[in-house]
Design a binder for this molecule. Structure first.
Ligand code: 3PG
Ligand code: CO
Length: 555
């Protein structure tokens, strides 16, 4: 219908090829030895910055600007790409869960009622990331949920905890587990049989994404559902401490373990009649487990035993697949995204990344919705990621392949928008390997070059930006900004994202003279980018979108 029709921009022409390039984990910070971007050779990104000041600026990518609860919340790819694609700021999962817990509404919804039906005879299992990172989950929410579930009649509770070290410092898992154990002990004093049942590192157990490696989910399934794991412990804090001592062990890649009783029997496999809640609010790394828990027909790995359970997600993770069908908190309704508008106005769209970031420029970009709006006008290309390695081993990742495919898409003349995520700064930054992250940044810059060269050739326009910071700061700092040392005098490596702003640059031969960044939006953020590229496609953005970053002055 015509509700989708976009108004023509009064000054900007249609028909230019627009490349929207998102560098993942590429923030702006003062040059220093822990700023991998400033240390790396990045001539293309440097020249964009040093180029015309009216074509380069910084935008906000964290906190309220992307719908997170507080200004202390670092940005992340989910909320970043949601904002980039949707052109508006939506209260995100972290905040919605906070509100539902504070008001108690979470216990009145259909999802909780559904899991509650099992409280009389079955066990309530909580599965998710044990961390205060606020990216996928938050420990304080888990604490409230545990308390609330007990108050609402849960008599037997088992927690299946995934350790983090990626959104928080490596090693912090021990403290989080101690906190959890403390809470569970309090519940036990009140007569609730509450315990940790299993655990493992998030990158090795359960939290794969975009179907990069189903073995990760299988390892989790074996521990959580079947009660089988290579390591057995009686005490979860001891489990983490011991397993962290194995060679090369860290929180992200901790081996899976189950907690056993005095007879060596696992204390919490998932059985018929049990309830399960996956407590991550973020979708990408829970969807695969949700499929394994919910789908009757499932062939990704042998589940061996499929318990009849009442399962709910903290949120619904995929709006198109309606997965999971039951959830405790309604997800943000990210509707009328720029991707959908542009396609409905005939803009032929190409999107590309490698597996580990593929859903970022498709699923997240389109408001947590998988699939095409119009197959005839869209092509989404996934370059297979390396699997089974940590990305510091191959810091170039698939940047070159992504850039080549994108170049070819541009040169083919078949597309009006090409949209791409270059993952290196983020994925290698998360490993905490500074040397490798420096190489990663160079590879990302090389990728940008190839795409900009193609844009040059076809007379197109580019928009280069990022979703949040990561590689620009690799060290934990105190309030004054000084690097923090651990007790051995070594710097504390920062594997997580940051609260830094990100750059945005526009240019290319298709940009008509007189286009420049406005000066009246100093606090502009990622949500302002959609209006910006809609303009560059020759359209006005919908009136409720955040304002465009550009203006056209007569030249
Ligand atoms: C991850 O899931 O890898 C991290 O928690 C967040 O990284 P991303 O937001 O860049 O995907
Ligand atoms: Co990241």
């Amino acid at each position: 219908g015509d509700a989708w029709k976009l108004k023509d921009h009064p000054k900007l022409p249609k028909g230019k090829t627009v490349a929207v390039i998102v560098l993942d984990g590429w923030g702006e910070a003062k040059p220093n030895e822990y700023n991998a971007i400033s240390v790396a050779e990045t001539p293309v990104m440097d020249s964009l910055k040093k180029g015309a000041p009216e074509h380069w600026r910084l935008i906000k990518a964290h906190g309220n600007a992307v719908g997170l609860p507080t200004e202390d919340d670092m940005g992340n790819s989910e909320v970043g790409h949601n904002a980039l694609g949707a052109g508006r700021i939506f209260a995100q999962g972290a905040k919605l869960v906070d509100l539902a817990l504070a008001s108690g509404k979470i216990y009145e919804g259909e999802g909780f009622k559904y899991v509650k039906e099992c409280f009389e005879k079955g066990t309530l299992h909580l599965i998710g990331l044990l961390s205060d990172g606020g990216v996928h989950s938050r420990l304080d929410q888990v604490q409230l949920l545990l308390k609330g579930a007990a108050q609402h009649g849960a008599k037997r509770i088992r927690v299946h905890a995934l350790t983090d070290g990626r959104d928080v410092l490596d090693g912090s898992s021990v403290g989080f587990m101690e906190t959890l154990e403390n809470d569970l002990a309090k519940l036990r004093e009140q007569g609730v049989d509450a315990r940790v049942a299993s655990g493992g590192g998030r990158m090795y157990v359960t939290m794969d994404r975009y179907e990069n490696d189903w073995d990760v989910v299988k390892r989790g399934w074996d521990a959580q559902v079947l009660g089988e794991a290579p390591h057995k412990f009686k005490d979860p804090v001891e489990a983490i401490k011991k397993l962290r001592q194995e060679p090369n062990a860290n929180d992200q890649y901790l081996a899976p373990f189950v907690i056993v009783d005095d007879n060596g029997k696992p204390v919490g496999p998932i059985l018929d009649g049990d309830a399960v809640v996956t407590f991550n609010f973020r979708a990408d790394r829970m969807v695969m487990l949700a499929k394994a828990l919910e789908y009757e027909n499932f062939d990704k790995f042998d589940r061996v035993r499929v318990p009849k359970i009442h399962y709910a997600g903290m949120l619904q993770y995929d709006g198109e697949l309606k997965l999971p069908s039951k959830y405790l908190v309604s997800p943000p309704e990210i509707d009328r995204t720029s991707g959908e508008y542009l396609v409905r106005n005939g803009v032929r769209t190409f999107a590309c990344s490698e597996t580990v970031k593929f859903g970022h420029v498709t699923f997240f970009w389109n408001g947590n919705r998988s699939g095409y709006f119009d197959e005839k006008l869209e092509e989404y290309v996934e370059i297979p990621s390396d699997s089974g390695i940590t990305f510091n081993v191959k810091p170039k990742m698939k940047a070159l392949e992504i850039a080549e495919r994108t170049r070819d898409a541009i040169l083919s003349g078949k597309f009006d928008q090409v949209r791409v995520n270059i993952p290196n700064g983020d994925m290698v930054g998360h490993t905490g390997d500074i040397k490798a992250t420096i190489e990663a940044c160079k590879a990302a810059d090389d990728g940008v070059k190839m795409i900009l060269d193609a844009i040059e050739q076809v007379g197109g326009i580019y928009v280069v930006t990022a979703d949040h910071g990561n590689a620009e700061d690799m060290v934990k700092r105190n309030k004054k900004g000084e690097p923090l040392l651990d007790k051995n005098g070594n710097i504390q490596i920062l594997t997580s994202h940051t609260c830094e702003p990100v750059p945005i640059a526009i240019g290319g031969p298709g940009l008509i003279p007189g286009v420049r960044f406005r000066k009246d939006l100093p606090t502009g953020g990622l949500a302002n980018v959609a209006s910006t590229f809609m303009n560059l496609h020759g359209y006005e953005a919908p009136s409720d979108y955040e304002p465009t970053l550009i203006e056209v002055v007569d030249k």
